[in-house]
Write a protein that binds this ligand. Structure first.
Ligand code: PMP
Length: 357
């Protein structure tokens, strides 16, 4: 079997979500607020009227129409996928591959590297500026630009705001990169609703950027697996060529349609609650000696510890709280955790107080 497997797949490790039983799950940046029963009921009422034996709309037309209103972007500039993850995969399919470079400022969301590796592309990882520098976790524009090649197309990933560091990179820095880049720049805005800044209004000016968003975070819809891309029509056309035929199920499309149609107010309320809790949680945790919490424009926080973060991680786990560890790039002393419900945040604050002594 070993000889059958492609070289790029041999050394890959399967994505292993942490399914350890826990009382408070904060490791995957999910929303603590489930969709209320009345909205679920409405989704089900509509689903139940549809025919399950036929493939559902492969172009997600109704969903795209509603997204067009939500984003103020034309229908033909919107592409829907099974999670932002699938869209990242489609972008790599269409624009990367053997002999091409993919530039990833790191630390970043892991999928960029995984799919690019599978595609056979050459991956160039450029570390962000160090966390103890004057501009912590910022893009190293000079180093990134030193990898730019005008003689061949490349792919560049920018996460805005970034995961796992939680910050926005400077707009001017990103614009400088976009201006000088010969290829597609992906601006991943998975956490857009928690910070409000976007590059979507620059699509006309910069036809070579693709903005990615998701229903998994602010929309409380991680289980539905729906994400979308915003881009120039010609770019979107390429994504249609590589996408799987019926990639977004009837259930997922209708769930997102109903939320966008009737319950956007509910989404905004929950988002505001999370933003308020994020400020409060950071303020409280920053008072605890031995830990520092970085500013965040997302639904999660990144904390840095003076004592072993692995001990802190295990101690939290003993109390039923699951967080996430990262390795390298200055992250070995940190933990990332989602902002929870007000009750969960109280438990988390008390746990940190106890553990940090
Ligand atoms: N981009 C970023 C930056 C993310 O953090 C995530 C999920 N954690 C995704 C994309 C993937 O989102 P989805 O659930 O829509 O696949």
């Amino acid at each position: 079997l070993k000889s059958f497997v492609r070289d790029v797949v041999k050394d890959l490790k399967p994505y292993k979500p942490n399914m350890e039983p826990c009382k408070i799950k904060l490791d995957a940046n999910e929303s603590p607020f489930d969709i209320p029963q009345e909205i679920k009921q409405r989704i089900w009422e509509r689903v139940k009227k549809e025919k399950f034996n036929f493939y559902y709309d492969p172009n997600c037309t109704e969903l795209r129409e509603l997204l067009s209103k939500y984003t103020n972007i034309n229908l033909e500039n919107i592409f829907v996928g099974s999670g932002a993850d699938e869209i990242i995969c489609d972008i790599v399919f269409a624009f990367a591959g053997p002999g091409r470079d993919v530039i990833i400022p790191v630390p970043a969301f892991e999928s960029y590297e995984v799919y690019s590796t599978i595609s056979g592309a050459n991956i160039i990882k450029i570390p962000l500026l160090p966390k103890d520098s004057l501009t912590p976790w910022e893009l190293d524009v000079e180093k990134i630009q030193s990898c730019f090649r005008q003689d061949k197309p490349q792919l560049l990933f920018i996460t805005y705001p970034n995961n796992p560091t939680g910050n926005y990179f400077g707009e001017e820095r990103i614009l400088e990169l976009i201006d000088n880049f010969n290829g597609i720049v992906v601006v991943d805005e998975a956490y857009y609703e928690f910070g409000g800044k976007t590059f979507a209004d620059r699509l006309v000016e910069y036809p070579h950027i693709i903005v990615i968003r998701t229903f998994s975070k602010a929309f409380s819809m991680a289980s539905a697996r729906v994400g979308y891309a915003l881009g120039h029509e010609d770019v979107i056309k390429q994504l249609y060529k590589v996408k799987l035929p019926y990639n977004v199920s009837l259930f997922s499309q209708i769930a997102c349609i109903e939320i966008l149609k009737e319950s956007i107010g509910w989404v905004e309320e929950q988002t505001n609650k999370i933003i308020e809790s994020r400020t409060e949680l950071r303020k409280e945790l920053d008072k605890i000696s031995g830990m520092h919490v970085y500013p965040s424009y997302t639904n999660f926080l990144l904390a840095d510890f003076e004592k072993s973060r692995d001990i802190v991680y295990e101690e939290l786990l003993k109390r039923g709280i699951l967080t996430k560890r990262f390795y390298g790039f200055g992250l070995d002393t940190t933990l990332r955790f989602a902002v929870g419900s007000p009750e969960q945040n109280k438990i988390l604050i008390n746990a940190f107080k106890e553990i940090m002594g």
